[in-house]
Ligand binder design. Structure first.
Ligand code: BGC
Length: 739
């Protein structure tokens, strides 16, 4: 008996050895091998059909893997302020899951307004964890299209008007997200600066503006951030759609910048099979095809990079070189994301994310004006605060297009203030105006009933009665996420505040001198009442923690330290593109005649005084700047030069200051802006504390793009480093010479 048992055991043992010997891990699954070897191996095992299946969508937000080889599907999700709720397989409506409510982070305009690279890293890390937890492999964001005019409906999703600021903020965001084994897909590459005619407008822009203004943030995303994916935009450049664009994708992105990642089309951004094959696109999403209605089941096989491509290969019309290159890039992305065995598990709506979202929101809120130190609200003295305005109660995480969210919760400004004020201060509320009463997107509803049939006069009368009898009046207005406001798919119709808000604000100012206007928007707005209102705050779209963050700043728990990432012009015509009649273009063409003179570069060239300048933002304390010193007077192209300035908190409370360094080229062959941002640092100082800030520049900070040479050129000569608290508040300077 024992002998039989021993024999069986030996057979089993040997069997297990031989089984092990047989299932040797294939190279493509062996993560001790290099990505390159793994990609080669996977590719060699795939059929042409499997390859083609991998390069286009299989549902609204996913693309196929290779089931036979165990290579998983890729799942993408918007982006960029939170992870979008699950949609139905082939419809835009939400799937109705109950486990997909996210934490909503502040909009990217707010992140950018923090001028804080640590916040960008925290943001990326946190949203990446949410994406990871939800099993997403590619986050569709961040967006870095430059703020060309204040009318673009999607400005709230981007990082402002300055290429240097956007570049510095996008890099840590990407690193944070990708540390989770989730790819970022930086969008919308490139020149997608308006929503009007976004899928058919051809952008004419000179090479200088392209390289100096519109591309730097994308380049930084690729070369410094290491983004694994990039999204082509809807519009055209040199009369080619940007998702299939020889110049932008093959020549610049891949050849000049060495991008090895995946180019993903914006949803519906591909238009032609041959172009999609040869002009740089890797992965096609969101196409609806001729003869099949948008969203009809099984249309995926008819995508430009699906059956039509396979047919061309089979008929011998085209080879498989491009196909292999596309699949290689997608495999690389998969190995680093979906098949990355070392990635963390992620987390969702965690306490850490709540803290992060709140911190970023508080760091980005901008105090625009504070006459007579009306702010912070003194809760010890205030018996009653009148809160006025629709945006005090309106949920803003729903709406605005593809960035719309299903947030686990959203604290409104009114609720945030009530909670913070506690029982000793009475908070009374009046609507004041009726704006947008809608509150649903793709089947996600706010559940708010904002219908109100009262006339404008009745609403104003009610608001003024409350305002008259209050110690403070805090008005929350601005824009919202509906059509022609801050929303994808349409642009704003003007710079002014909608819904009769200007009149309401002026009336409020007449009855109470302690008036605070909080503008909730992702865009600049006109403020004809600026001299009637003592305190103005730029509040952005702040996500789940909106009300708590705003309350903290308004009552002074947090000292505001945000700075504007774009110029607030007095009127629309103060913007270059608009003044030159080059928005939104005509006959399918828009020409960026203002060239490199975008935002403050235009205002300074034309000597136009903005309502609020780029980089502006006040604090409840004050800072003094010492002399600016440089470690050398002359530098060569290979050198670096460091400027130092000592900053002192001269007020009575702790606060943070963003020290900004602008470079001015005193004489140049080509026209240059009066000055350009080339360095910044945010520092925190206790009352009375003093710190030295040092900012180092190299040749790149002095260079312009020479279109004739097609190269960056640093021209020898005299320069100035201007150091200040905003682009219009320069506190000191130091001259130097480039040899
Ligand atoms: C938007 C993209 C978005 C995509 C998927 C497009 O309409 O332009 O930003 O990522 O839809 O929702």
């Amino acid at each position: 008996m024992m002998k039989i048992i021993r024999t069986i055991a030996t057979v089993l043992l040997l069997g297990s050895f031989s089984l092990k010997a047989q299932v040797k891990t294939p190279v493509y699954l062996d993560d001790t091998k290099s990505i390159h070897e793994r990609v080669d191996d996977a590719l060699s095992r795939m059929t042409v059909e499997e390859k083609v299946r991998m390069i286009h969508a299989q549902s609204k937000f996913s693309s196929a893997g290779v089931p036979r080889l165990g290579i998983p599907e890729l799942w993408t999700s918007d982006g960029p302020h939170g992870v979008r709720p699950e949609l139905l397989w082939d419809e835009w409506s939400q799937a109705g899951w109950s486990n997909d409510s996210c934490f909503a982070f502040p909009a990217l305009t707010c992140l950018s307004a923090s001028w804080n690279k640590d916040m960008a890293l925290l943001y990326g890390k946190s949203i990446g964890e949410e994406a990871r937890y939800r099993n997403k492999n590619v986050l569709l964001g961040p967006g870095v299209n430059i703020y060309r005019t204040p009318l673009n409906g999607r400005n709230f999703e981007y990082m402002g008007e300055d290429p240097y600021l956007s570049s510095k903020m996008v890099v840590p965001y990407i690193r944070g997200v990708q540390s989770n084994g989730v790819a970022t897909c930086v969008k919308h590459y490139a020149l997608n600066n308006q929503e009007v005619d976004r899928d058919k407008v051809n952008v004419n822009v000179d090479d200088r503006a392209l390289y100096e203004i519109y591309l730097p943030a994308f380049k930084a995303a690729v070369q410094e951030g290491g983004t694994l994916a990039i999204m082509g935009s809807y519009n055209l450049y040199k009369n080619e759609h940007c998702c299939t664009n020889q110049y932008l994708l093959n020549d610049i992105l891949r050849k000049e910048w060495g991008f090895e990642g995946v180019v993903i089309s914006d949803w519906g951004g591909a238009h032609n099979t041959r172009e999609a094959i040869v002009k740089g696109l890797d992965l096609e999403f969101g196409t609806w095809t001729e003869g099949m209605t948008w969203g009809k089941t099984n249309s995926y096989d008819q995508y430009y990079l699906a059956k039509p491509y396979l047919d061309m290969i089979k008929s011998g019309e085209i080879g498989t070189t491009e196909l292999d290159a596309k699949v290689r890039r997608i495999l690389r992305l998969s190995f680093l994301t979906s098949m990355n065995k070392n990635k963390p598990y992620g987390s969702m709506a965690s306490d850490e994310h709540i803290q992060a979202g709140r911190k970023i929101a508080e760091d980005g809120i901008v105090l625009l004006q504070n006459t007579n130190n009306v702010l912070p609200v003194d809760l010890g003295k205030a018996k009653r605060i009148a809160v006025i305005g629709e945006n005090a109660v309106k949920m803003m995480t729903v709406g605005g297009g593809s960035s719309s969210l299903k947030a686990k919760y959203e604290v409104s400004p009114l609720d945030g203030l009530k909670k913070r004020a506690g029982a000793q201060t009475e908070i009374v509320y009046a609507r004041g105006y009726v704006g947008d009463i809608g509150g649903s997107a793709d089947g996600v509803s706010t559940g708010q009933d904002l219908k109100d049939t009262r006339s404008a006069e009745e609403l104003i009368a009610e608001a003024c009665t409350l305002a008259k009898n209050a110690d403070y009046v805090i008005f929350f207005g601005g824009l919202n996420k509906s059509e022609h406001q801050d929303s994808e798919g349409s642009d704003r119709l003007g710079l002014g505040l909608p819904y009769n808000q200007d009149k309401l604000i002026s009336e409020l100012a007449k009855v109470n001198k302690n008036l605070v206007v909080v503008n909730i928007s992702g865009n600049a707005v006109a403020m004809p009442w600026v001299n009637e209102v003592p305190a103005i705050v730029q509040g952005w779209y702040l996500g789940s923690e909106a009300g708590n963050a705003l309350a903290a700043v308004l009552v002074g728990d947090v000292n505001p330290s945000g700075k504007l990432p774009f110029t607030f012009p007095v009127k629309l015509d103060d913007n270059g593109g608009i003044a030159l009649g080059e928005y939104p273009g005509s006959n399918g063409q828009v020409t960026y005649k203002e060239g490199i003179f975008v935002g403050y570069r235009w205002a300074e060239k034309q000597k136009i005084k903005p309502l609020f300048s780029f980089g502006h933002g006040l604090s409840y304390t004050t800072f003094s700047y010492g002399e600016v010193s440089a470690d050398k007077k002359e530098m060569t192209e290979a050198d670096k030069i460091t400027f130092s300035v000592s900053i002192k908190n001269t007020g009575t409370r702790e606060g943070s200051e963003v020290v900004q360094l602008y470079v001015s080229d005193l004489k140049s062959t080509l026209p240059r802006p009066v000055k350009e941002l080339k360095g910044f640092e945010k520092i925190s100082l206790k009352a009375g504390e003093e710190k030295t800030v040092s900012i180092t520049l190299d040749k790149a900070a002095l260079s312009y793009f020479d279109p004739d040479k097609h190269a960056w050129v640093a021209e020898p000569g005299d320069f100035e480093a201007l150091v200040g608290s905003s682009s219009s508040d320069i506190r000191g300077k130091a001259g130097f010479t480039l040899k």
